[in-house]
Write a protein that binds this ligand. Sequence first.
Ligand code: PRX
Length: 641
Amino acid sequence: MKKYSVPKNFNSSIGHNSLDNYQSLRKNAEQDSNSYWESVAKRIDWFDQWTTVNNTDYSKAHIEWFSNGKLNASYNCIDRHIENGLGEKTALIWQSNDPTTSTNVSYNELLKKVSLFANGLKRAGIKKGDRVCIYMQMIPEAIIAMLACARIGAVHSVVFGAFSSDALKNRINDSECKLLITQDNGVRGLKFDIPMKENADKIADKCPSLKTIVMVERSENDMFMKEGRDITWNQFIDGCSSECPPEVMDAEDPLFILYTSGSTGKPKGVMHTTGGYLVYASHTHELVFDYHQDDVYWCTADIGWITGHSYIVYGPLSNAATQVIFEGVPNYPDFGRFWQIVEQHKINVFYTAPTALRALMKEGDDWVTKYDLSSLKVLGTVGEPIKSPEWHWYFNVIGNEKCPIVDTWWQTETGGILMSPIPGCIPTKPGSATLPLPGIIPEILDEEGKVITERNTTGYLVMTQSWPGQMRTVYGDHQRFIDTYFSQAPGNYFTGDGAYIDDDGYFWITGRVDDVLNVSGHRIGTAEVEGAIGAASGVAEAAVIGYNHEIKGEGIYAFVTLMTGVASSEEIKKDILDTVTKIIGPHAKPSVIQFCSGLPKTRSGKIMRRILKKIAQNETEDLGDISTLADPSVIDSLLEK
Ligand code: PRX
C-alpha cells in the first residue's frame, strides 16, 4: 500500500512537524504516563488542582483521572476565553439549511445565552446531577442547552433528532430525565416537517420523571402546548438573569450520558465525566486537526453522536475555536453544498464521514471544482473505514494534494480520538488510522487473549491502559460496563473492533467483531433492528446482518420468517419498514428484506450469521461448514432469493 508523506507545503501551526517529533512524544508518554497526562491537563483551567493524576484500576473496571480536581466545562469553553480577551471572537457561525441565512455568535454572546438558559433551568428546579434530555437538530440552541447543563452541573443526554418517539422514550426513562429540550419541527430540504415536538408529545405521558418540555420555535408552525408542562425557549428564559456563576464540579462528576448501540437490544448509556473527558477532547482537537487560533473549523457531524459532543462542542469550544455549525444536508439545494460552505466561510479544517464523501463523489467533480477550496488545510474522516476511492478523491479533488487526511479512529466509549495521523508528522496510507496518539497503548489479541506479534494478522483490538477521555460506566448498570468491556480480555479495555498491524506498525481496523452494524457511520445493534422487525404484524422471526453497501458502507439486510398462514407481500415489507422507523428511526431501516421459510440455526438454536452474511453478499459458492445446522434444508430456500 502506497504511503503518502506529509504534503510538502504543510506547515504545522502547533509545531508538530516530523515523525521523530511524534516518536519522541509517544516515547515520553509511554515512559512517564503521569507526567505526560499532567502536562496535557494544564491546558484546562482548574478551580482546584487534582491530587492524583491517574487512579485507574482496570482489574476492577475502575477508571478515575485527576482525582479531586475541580473545574467547570462551560467555564472552560466560554468564560476563560473572554477573560483572555477573546470575547468578541466568533465562536459559532450557524449556517442555516437555507443557504442565504447564517448567524455569528461571539464568545460574549454565547456566555449570555448560556447563562440565561442555565438560569432558566435552575428556575425550573434542575439541580446538579439531574438529567436533562436534548432532542434537537443542529441549531445554536442545541449547543447552548448542552453548555447550560454543564454550567449548573446537570447531566445532558442528547438523543439524535432522527430517533423515533419510542427510542426517545426509552432513553428518557433509562436515565430518568426531568426536562426535555426540543424544537417544534426539524427541517429536511425545503420543509419543516420532522415532527420533533409531536414525537415528544406522543411519549411524554409514558415518562414518569419528565416534568417540563422546552421548545425552540424554529418553524412558523402552530404547535400544541400542554399547559403546565410545555414552554417555549423564549418564555423559559424570560426574566432570567444573564449572569450565572459556573458550578464547581469534581473531575469525576458526570458531564453527560450518550446512548449507543451494543450487542443486546437495549442501548447503553455511555457515561463520561467532566475533567478527563474535557482534557482529552480539548487536547486531541488541537493535536489531530492542528487547530490554530485563526483557523475556521467545520465538523459536519450532528450533536446527537459523540463526534458532535467532542469535536463540535467540548473540544473546539474549549480551544476558543471559530467553527461552522450546519443545519442542513450535503445534497440540499444541490450536491455542491459542502463545498459552497467551505468557500463561503473559508474553512481551514474540515471533518466529515466517509459515507458523505462516497455519496458526493458519485455525483462528479463539477460540484467541487466550481468552488474555491484553497482555504483548506487539514481534512478529517470519522466513523467507519475510508476506502481507497473516496480517500483519493478527498485527497486529490477536495484537498488538491496539499491537505493531510486524518483518518480518526475512536468510539463513543473512548470520548476522543485514539488513533489518527498527526497531520505534520505521520505519513498516511489510504484506509489506515495509522498510529496511536501519544499515551494510547493498543494491542491486538487472539481468541485466547494472547498478544499477536505477527504482522498483518487480524485479532481483537484492545487498549492496555486507560486515557483521560475513557467512559466511566454504563449509566445505571456498572455490571454491563464490566461485562462488555473488561471481561473478554481481563486487564484490558476491549474495543469490540477487529484490527491488524502492518509491516510499518500501522493499524488497520477491520470492523466490529460483535453484533453491531455501522450504517452510514451510525452505530446500530442487530438485536435492536431484529426486535423492531419482530414487532411488525405477521413476522415470526428476523435475523439482520450487515452487507457491503456502495454508499452506506454497511447496509442492513434482513432475513424474515412469517407466521404460519401469512404470505409475503409488499404490504408486509412496508409495514416492516414503518415499524422499524417507529421503534428506532429511519436510519435503521433495512435496505433489503428477504422473506424465507426458516433461518439457519444450530441445534442449540443459535442463528448462524456467517451463512446469512455470505448469502447477502452473494458469496454462496462456499458457505463453509454447515454440518452443525439443525435443518440443512433451510439453505436451499435461502438461496432461492
Ligand atoms: O467500528 C469502529 C467504527 O465506529 C465504531 C464506533 O462507533 P461510534 O461509537 O458510533 O463512534 C463513531 C464516531 C467516533 C468503532 O468501534 N469506526 C470509527 N472510526 C473509524 C471506525 N472504523 C474504521 N476507521 C475509523 N476511522
